[in-house]
Write a protein that binds this ligand. Structure first.
Ligand code: ZN
Length: 219
């Protein structure tokens, strides 16, 4: 199956991607990871990407699409893949569709993890990290034995700037603005499947697998 995974930051997309990749036996392709891999391996594409990143500018769509296309043509993708972090825009989605078409393939489904903004803010707001050893906690789900103190080293637990409500809301606003169009694009093509990301992670994984399993039979 050729899948795209969408979801706001803090929706549990990373964990869901790991579960789906394992259950469906398809590689989890995160654009961040393939950029880093290409740069590390010093490929021609990686060197081009690096020149933009080093200059502090955005990697152009055309290069991102080329890097992703190169990745999905490798052997381990012959049974499918799970794209995470790409496409982000309609031009990228169109280029991806065109690239797949030239390979005689297409996206089977777009999995959209829905989590309301206030739930994400609450999740993030409960995060704590040890300022000494970086061990992470959550006041509700992974509380330390003693409030505000690291179990491992006894140092103070702090809230990272990234987890503060105003930072989280700002990131969500950007995500929602950018992704709304993309969601519309895939709705129009009948590919979008919405899932409730507020449930326990294994529960959502099971629902996704059931739904796309049924879809597969209908193809
Ligand atoms: Zn610690």
């Amino acid at each position: 199956m050729k899948l795209i995974l969408l979801g706001p930051p803090g929706a549990g997309k990373g964990t869901q991607a790991v579960n789906l990749s394992r259950e469906l036996q398809i590689p989890h392709i995160s654009t961040g990871d393939i950029f880093r891999a290409n740069i590390r391996e010093g490929t021609a594409l990686g060197l081009r990407a690096k020149s933009y990143i080093d200059a502090g500018s955005l990697v152009p769509d055309e290069l991102t699409v080329t890097i992703v296309t190169d990745r999905i043509q490798r052997d381990d993708c012959k049974n499918g893949f799970l794209l995470d972090g790409f496409p982000r825009t309609i031009p990228q989605a169109e280029s991806l569709a065109a690239a797949l078409k030239s390979m005689n393939a297409r996206i089977d489904a777009v999995i959209n993890l829905e989590v309301p903004d206030d739930v994400i803010v609450r999740r993030m707001a409960g995060r704590r990290v040890c300022k000494n050893c970086n061990r992470s906690y959550h006041v509700k789900t992974i509380p330390p034995k003693q409030e505000g103190i690291c179990d491992s080293c006894g140092a103070e637990l702090i809230i990272r700037d990234d987890d503060r409500a105003e930072t989280v809301l700002e990131r969500l606003k950007t995500y929602n603005e950018k992704t709304a169009h993309l969601i519309g694009f895939y709705v129009k093509r009948g590919l979008l499947l919405n899932f409730d990301g507020t449930k326990e992670i294994p529960e959502t994984t099971r629902e996704i697998l059931e739904t796309i399993g049924k879809q597969d039979n209908n193809l």
